[in-house]
Ligand binder design. Structure first.
Ligand code: ME8
Length: 665
């Protein structure tokens, strides 16, 4: 049987001009998690990351510090590497574009393409933006400022070298259509095809040395250096021996996946793919462009001062909680809002309450009632088969999700098993079985839950490499994991004796959570898919009402500025009709009027308000909340409510009658 090809995964090589933040950490952790998963599946892996060190921005940053570019990048690369160590990222190779092995490959690539006639020289006239290192056409800069950075552009006429990218346009379109899984997710593939629907320009791949000296020299013209993207993209092959060690190269290339952020999809899907066509090399199997971590709806940036430093969070909450949060919170591929409140809420709900508490409460009872020993016995409880089947189905879906980089799906499914196990403990009531001295049944309950903890420890291991072994240790097993593909339900050895049950994820009671609790959000839940309403969980990609989108300058105190607040459109509305949503306890369907418009929304207030008492009531609602479907009912907005000291709920209204539709600010 032939061995599956080595799993070769790459991250972008990050610019060595500034320090890294949570966004960079995210991509690198995703590659680390995917690698740990593939390793757990028994596959040979290779994980490459690195630093992009040439170009004008690096040159300028060094100049500003009064040091040479290489001194500057040396300092940053040390910082990059220590961040990866702090996050326990186990890469196999770190490529620097200033290394000799890389320079040689870039020059070989340029020579090959030049000799092939795919690189030609031409005189180009355009408007150049120095900070962005790019030319714009006359039409693109009517105001003579850069459309990206808004700084002045200057007109330049210059001879440069061009790569015949246009020659490969048709080949690339056909390739993408013939390989529907090449660019992921689907919507990003469509974006690339949209881009390719217009005529593709040839790519300017050189910069005259008189303008930029910090780069790799063009081998056939010493007056020029190579454009940063040609330099940077080549890292994926220079690091694995192209062309000096073709035996090694052929064992590793094509990459199984280039993981990138959506910002650099075009450069990868178009520039890189056409370069590979020109070189006669196969394309990577997958280019996966994930979404952005945003703060208050905006991009993280140093100049705005809203950059989240991963080390701050790791220092406060631990590596594994940080890793878990990132992959559970973001639907890989979509954008997600980061807030520390959302972090704490998810930690408490998923880690402290669900998984941590399942283990702790079960093991405490096991120690008290059965001296800590798991007895397999014979399965007679009705749930025994059902939970075993669920575990097998969860494992299958988990593997499929992980193979496809759908990390959030894999974790979501794992938590379905954890929830079922918690529910099972409540149903089986082991404390009652002990009282009634039903020892055989009691043993079965403990065995099923112990086995569930073991099973879930395997599934969370790629995400939480430090705490997953602790779960095994607590139930009394060795901390080495057998290959994931051999994981079957029922392998917890009879007679295993558990250890002391110490909390693996102690609950976080931060002052912020206390404030939220006092404000009536006592039942603090993490955001769940598909809901977006007060007293209901919010969609995972948006800050929940319990976790205001405020982050800068201090994540913990939730301060936002006026502009950020004004993004939320609050308005007065009048309830026209209200009815209970069948088969739910808490949900009411409301029709509200705001000016000329009527809206349908779902509110989780049925325990506190009778539908008939709401008719005609003036409420305050969030008008510009993304619509959601809750229990199959469309909801277009959210009404506001506050908790009351007796545990009730009071709908927010205006002090005097106002007009429906009027903005609240
Ligand atoms: O583009 N959310 O380097 P770079 C999620 N050197 N991911 C984010 C993010 C955010 N807010 N911010 C950054 C470069 N990233 C080039 C790459 S590769 C041949 C050359 C991640 O330092 C994401 O992966 O600007 C994004 O694509 C990358 O950092 C950009 O890193």
């Amino acid at each position: 049987m032939s061995q599956p090809k080595k799993f070769y995964i790459t991250t972008p090589i990050y610019y060595a001009n500034a320090e890294l933040h949570i966004g960079h950490a995210f991509t690198t952790l995703a590659a680390d998690t995917a690698t740990r998963f593939q390793k757990a599946m028994g596959r040979e892996t290779w994980f490459l990351t690195g630093s992009d060190e040439h170009g004008q921005k690096v040159e300028q940053a060094a100049k500003a510090k009064g040091i040479t570019p290489i001194q500057h990048t040396d300092q940053l690369v040390e910082k990059f590497k220590s961040l990866w160590t702090a996050l326990d990222i186990r890469y196999d190779d770190f490529i620097r574009t200033t290394e000799e092995r890389h320079r040689k490959t870039v020059q070989y690539v340029l020579t090959t393409l030049h000799e092939k006639g795919d690189i030609y020289s031409a005189t180009y006239t355009g408007w150049y933006c120095t900070p962005c290192e790019r030319f714009w056409t006359e039409k693109e800069v009517p105001e003579k400022v850069c459309p990206d950075c808004k700084r002045p552009v200057e007109e330049l006429e210059e001879k440069n070298y061009f790569f015949k990218m246009s020659k490969y346009q048709r080949t690339l379109i056909d390739y993408i259509n013939a390989h529907p899984d090449f660019i992921r997710p689907e919507n990003r593939k469509n974006e690339v095809l949209g881009f390719l629907a217009k005529p593709l320009q040839d790519l300017c791949i050189s910069r005259p040395k008189k303008r930029l000296s910090w780069g790799i020299e063009v081998p056939f013209d010493p007056e020029y250096v190579t454009y940063v993207w040609v330099d940077a993209l080549t890292n994926y092959i220079s690091a694995i021996g192209y062309p000096s060690d073709m035996e090694r190269f052929n064992k590793t290339w094509p990459a199984s996946c280039h993981l990138v952020g959506k910002d650099i999809l075009t450069t990868h899907a178009v520039y890189w793919s056409t370069m590979l066509f020109a070189l006669g090399l196969p394309l990577p199997e997958i280019i996966f462009a994930h979404g952005w971590w945003v703060i208050s709806g905006g991009k993280m940036s140093k100049s705005v001062g809203n950059v989240v430093n991963p080390l701050d969070l790791v220092g406060k909450y631990g590596i594994d909680a940080f890793r878990f949060f990132l992959f559970r919170e973001m639907a890989f591929g979509s954008d997600a809002a980061f807030s520390e409140d959302a972090f704490v809420i998810r930690y408490n709900a998923d880690l402290a309450n669900d998984f941590g508490n399942l283990s702790q409460r079960t093991l405490s009872m096991l120690l008290k009632r059965r001296d800590g020993v798991f007895h397999k016995g014979t399965a007679t409880l009705p749930q025994s088969r059902e939970i075993a089947d669920l575990a097998a189905a969860v494992k299958k879906d988990y593997i499929a999700s992980m193979e496809n980089f759908l990390f959030h799906e894999a974790l979501k499914r794992t938590w379905e098993l954890i929830s079922r196990l918690n529910k099972f403990v409540d149903e089986a009531a082991p404390w009652k079985l002990a009282k009634e001295e039903k020892w055989a049944e009691l043993d079965q309950v403990f065995y099923i839950v112990g086995e569930g903890i073991r099973f879930c420890a395997y599934l969370v291991q790629p995400f939480m490499p430090h705490t997953a072994p602790k779960f095994l240790e607590q139930i009394g097993l060795p901390t080495n994991f057998v290959p994931l593909k051999n994981l079957e339900w029922g392998q917890l050895p009879d007679g295993t004796k558990c250890k002391e049950a110490t909390p693996i994820f102690p609950r976080l009671d931060t002052p912020r959570i206390e404030t939220l609790k006092k404000a009536g959000k006592a039942e603090i839940q993490p955001p769940k898919e598909g809901a977006a309403h007060a007293n209901l969980p919010a969609p995972s990609s948006k800050p929940s009402p319990l976790s205001p989108p405020a982050l800068a300058p201090s994540a913990a105190d939730g301060i936002i500025n006026y502009d950020e607040f004004m993004k939320t459109h609050l308005c007065v509305a009048v309830v026209e009709s209200a009815e209970k949503i069948p088969e739910t306890d808490k949900l009411l369907k409301l029709i509200v009027r705001l000016g000329e418009e009527t809206r349908q929304l779902v509110a989780g207030i049925a325990l506190h308000y009778k539908p008939e008492d709401l008719i005609g009531k003036q409420v305050v609602m969030v008008k510009n909340l993304k619509p959601a479907k809750i229990r199959g009912v469309e909801s277009h907005g959210m009404i506001l409510a506050a908790g009351t000291p007796d545990g009730g709920l009071a709908i927010v209204t205006t002090d005097r009658p106002s007009s429906p539709g009027i903005r609240v600010k």
